[in-house]
Design a binder for this molecule. Structure first.
Ligand SMILES: CC(C)(COP(=O)(O)OP(=O)(O)OC[C@H]1O[C@@H](n2cnc3c(N)ncnc32)[C@H](O)[C@@H]1OP(=O)(O)O)[C@@H](O)C(=O)NCCC(=O)NCCS
Length: 186
């Protein structure tokens, strides 16, 4: 596994398994299911996206995914149900800081699959992997202050609420965000 600063960042995202989920690197065959979930209104809004993702854009991105991972600043997992292999969402680690050994986590689960514990299960698996395998010392999550579901999810995963900060929208407008941190030694 290539070592970058204090981090061991794999050049190929591994598969992770939980009792009910299979987390796998994004693949071209995930495009249709992933697009539908990504373009749900609240997923777009809470991921700070201003416009729906186009099918062609997502397909091109998935084709190039191995290069995205090899560039060293993103590890993404498509969340599948273990029993049916159905795509239900995504969890990503990005914004790696190899000197500080930190990263950020983002998660979304399709509306039809929520409140079944899948989000917490997937998030826990990725937090554990980031700490134990990549040697991250802190994993942050940035949440819009009205995102009740996400704030509750991050608290359930043991992330600490660090309060509001000023971030920015895609177009550069100021945006209030709530920052949570997963600190394994806390
Ligand atoms: C946030 C999100 C990922 C949660 O996924 P999920 O699979 O429904 O989460 P879980 O079922 O594992 O919920 C775990 C816990 O989080 C809390 N939670 C989840 N959704 C909640 C809601 N709508 N309201 C209040 N608490 C909620 C609960 O404590 C829940 O445990 P419980 O169901 O036993 O009460 C999902 O709502 C989502 O994708 N939202 C849109 C995208 C988004 O906001 N992503 C986060 C961007 S930072």
């Amino acid at each position: 596994m290539p070592r970058i600063g204090r981090l061991d960042l794999p050049d190929r995202t591994p598969d992770l398994k939980t009792a009910s989920l299979a987390l796998k690197a994004p693949a071209p065959e995930d495009a249709e299911s992933l697009l539908a979930i990504y373009n749900e209104a609240d997923v777009l809004r809470f991921l700070n996206r201003t416009a729906p993702l186009a099918a062609a854009t997502l397909s091109a991105l998935l084709e190039q995914w191995p290069a995205v991972v090899a560039s060293g600043n993103r590890q993404s997992f498509v969340v599948h149900l273990a029993t049916s292999d159905e795509v239900i969402g995504m969890v990503e680690l990005d914004n790696f800081d190899p000197a500080a050994a930190t990263a950020e986590v983002t998660i979304f689960i399709g509306r039809a699959y929520r409140r079944n514990g899948y989000g917490l299960d997937a998030l826990n698996a990725v937090l554990d992997w980031g700490i134990s395998e990549l040697h991250l010392t802190r994993i942050d999550g940035a949440v819009m202050p009205d995102n009740v579901a996400s704030m509750a999810l991050l608290r359930s995963a043991g992330m600490v609420d660090l309060g509001d900060r000023t971030g920015h929208t895609v177009s550069g407008e100021p945006l209030s965000i709530r920052v949570f941190s997963f600190l394994p030694q806390a």
